[in-house]
Write a protein that binds this ligand. Structure first.
Ligand code: PEP
Ligand code: MN
Length: 346
């Protein structure tokens, strides 16, 4: 439920509303806006009788949020959330942020080569996993903490920001120390204790859509993170499981428009896991930018044939360079721009 205050309502009226909400056994979230302050009521499971609040001085109207997710909905907050990253980068504004790099950190040489190549082509965030959720326990599981150290080295050399996955709560703090954005992967989208943990961190969270999650389930998972106190969530469409082996997943482009309608959170697209084949990645990356994606997450490897994970869907550096050029043109055509590395932006 949202309690909309009158324009210019004094602080004491707002505090009284918040205190009354607490007295009723819920939590209050005051949200000052350009025109007026809104106070959100959270912690309820079902409809709350708002008549007591409606009668308080300074209250203009009571809005019942109709969706099962509350704080992530557009009903709750009409303006799009702009997630601010280090270096002045933003996700959710005019910029389209490209996050690129190999599936996994494999060695110092591999990650540095990959970082230099994606930086050269104009990416602003380096993606690579140190902890890898693999279908088989015999597949490469990632370098763990050593991988995080290599990512920190790559950041030091290139100035790129780092997005990397936290797979479990025990390693979350180590990941948070290195990562500028913490990825929660598709398989963990409904790991609610991990989501709550992510909600208690100050760092931006990249939440990927589950293998067969509906958009409502994705938004409810994001709600866990906001409800625990972290508003900096970036959603990611990465395809859902389908019936056709022609592609690894069914890349759901429409999810970008659907999410933008239902939620104020930014959403980026991952055409690499979405398609599973490098030749399909560039057309789908173009389409995602055209559809309004707030960023791209793309796998790029200096030698994809030797990759320890997801080689078939990893772009060669020269393909990535072409993708960036095309993405810039498309972004411009819809009044946006691809974010450029710091010194180019300055
Ligand atoms: C990844 O980003 O490498 C990854 C494992 O993705 P997902 O969780 O979407 O499968
Ligand atoms: Mn991968």
């Amino acid at each position: 439920m949202l309690i909309v205050m009158r324009h210019g309502a004094p602080e004491e009226d707002i505090s009284r509303v918040a205190a009354t909400i607490e007295e009723m056994g819920y939590q209050a979230r005051a949200m000052p806006g350009k025109q007026r302050t809104t106070v959100g009521l959270v912690g309820n499971d079902g409809r709350v009788d708002g008549s007591r609040l409606a009668a308080l001085p300074g209250v203009q109207e009571i809005i019942h949020v109709t969706k099962p997710y509350k704080q992530v909905s557009r009903e709750w907050k009409a303006e799009t959330t702009v997630v601010r990253l280090r270096n002045g980068l933003t996700v959710g504004g005019d910029e389209v942020v490209v996050m690129a790099g190999p599936c996994s950190v494999e060695s110092e040489q591999q990650i540095l080569e990959a970082a230099r190549a994606v930086r050269e082509a104009g990416a602003t965030v380096l993606r690579a996993g140190a902890y890898k959720p693999r279908s088989s326990p015999y597949s490469f599981q990632g370098l763990g903490r050593a991988g995080l150290e290599l990512l920190a080295r790559a950041r030091e050399e290139t100035g790129l920001l780092i997005v990397t996955e936290a797979m479990d709560a025990e390693e979350m703090d180590f990941v948070a120390e290195t990562a500028d954005i913490i990825q929660i992967g598709a398989r963990n989208m409904q790991n609610y204790s991990l989501l709550k943990r992510a909600g208690r961190l100050g760092k931006p969270i990249l939440l990927k859509r589950g293998l067969s999650a509906t958009i409502q389930e994705l938004l409810l998972s994001a709600e866990y993170i906001l409800a625990a106190g972290n508003p900096n969530v970036i959603l990611c469409e990465r395809g859902v499981r389908g019936f056709d082996p022609a592609t690894r997943n069914i890349f759901d482009l429409s999810a970008i428009a659907v999410v933008h309608g239902l939620s104020h959170l930014p959403i980026i697209a991952d055409p690499s896991h979405g398609t599973g084949h490098r030749d399909m990645v560039i057309p789908m990356a173009r389409a995602a930018v055209a559809a309004g994606a707030d960023g791209l997450l793309v796998e790029v490897h200096p030698s994809p044939d030797r990759a320890l994970s997801d080689g078939a869907q990893s772009l060669y550096p020269e393909q990535f360079d072409r993708m960036m050029k095309e993405a810039r043109l498309i972004a411009e055509a819809i009044g946006r721009r691809v974010a450029e590395p710091a010194e180019i932006r300055a």
